[in-house]
Design a protein around this ligand. Sequence first.
Ligand code: AMP
Ligand code: GLY
Length: 426
Amino acid sequence: MNVMIIGSGGREHALAKKLAESPKCEKLYIAPGNGGTHNVGENLSLDISDFYAVAEKVSALKIDMLVVGPEAPLVEGIREYFEGSEEFQNLMIIGPGRLGATLEGSKDFAKEFMKRHGIPTAAYSTFQRGEADQAINFIKTLKSPYVLKADGLAAGKGVLILNGEDEACREIELMLEDGKFGAASSKVVIENFLDGIEMSTFAITDGEDYLLLPSAKDYKRIGEGDTGLNTGGMGAVSPVPFAHDEILKKIEEKVVAPTISGLKKDGIPYIGFLFFGLMIVDEEPFVIEYNVRMGDPETEVVLPRLKSDLLSHLQAAARGGLKSENLEVDDRFATTVMLVSGGYPESYEKGKKIEINLDPTENEILFHAGTKRRDQSLVTSGGRVISCTALAETLASALDKSFKLAEAVKFEGKVLRRDIGKDLLT
Ligand code: AMP
Ligand code: GLY
């Protein structure tokens, strides 16, 4: 099979590495890819929002499977674009169509879906432009902290958790009436604060059956001790030590299975990855968000633990037969520590030379994110630069190895969180 992966982050490098290992993989392309994917397949210089340009390459390179990494092309209808053309009727596409992608593209749609199918989530109300007064009255009935969510995609910045009632009321006006997040905040979901521990789990589905991938915990804030601004993710751990079998069983029964059957009942076709962002409160799972893709950096700890053939699983999702696929998972711990550019998640400089002073062993992997080749060298080209993944029998030794890798990669302004996974060590 010839495979094209869309995207350029650490997630796409991890997907590329895993798919390249499959005996079913002939040619592997990553569009646009990064300085690391270059070593596992061929990078294609493409604007991924230009579906016409993507389609030209899919045709010229005789691509059999298109794996869509990020959410934006899905929300923008990349599946419909290909399905609408005679030429691409046999193309396997990993990622849902527009309607399925709305589970991530609209918080209100996701909440309605959960309510309809009895999937545990925080109680909420949604308000539209022109309804700021009603929203403020609603806030006054709640207890602090207040959780305000812009309905649409807002580059990971659309969720505000505020302690003060006055501040929450002011923000509601900014979001609903002053377009703080543009069109994304023309609707706002206000929901109850859930006090618990966060974790995520992931499934591959064909809309009927699913394979449950290992769970993971990520670290979203820039600062140690979970302080400062939200980022795309500063590190991750899999498995999640507190998520014992009983919790995993509840997640599967109360969240994953009803979500897949809910998609079916609603007539929403869905082929691809589904990411369940969860809060565990008193040993009970609540969904805080759906994403219609894999997480980043969660993929960098989930896929290294997958022993079975990912390409075979994805082929079965696209063609049928997912039921007879068996997922095999490595029992060891995987950890990843993200190296980011100084200033991220706000403004930062690019083009810093990257030096890597070690040869990773089999159980140590550097997944590239914001890197690119310039002449013979490697330079930074984004906020998140390299994800340092390690596998080991214990969480502590996996973390040791990840931090050792993190030390061995050098570039000006490098920032990392040294407390990744430390809260989970007992
Ligand atoms: P989201 O973009 O929906 O993942 O939200 C961003 C972050 O806000 C999550 O990772 C949680 O840490 C936090 N969050 C979202 N919803 C809630 C909630 N209802 N209660 C507590 N924290 C929340
Ligand atoms: N790490 C969180 C995400 O990918 O959305």
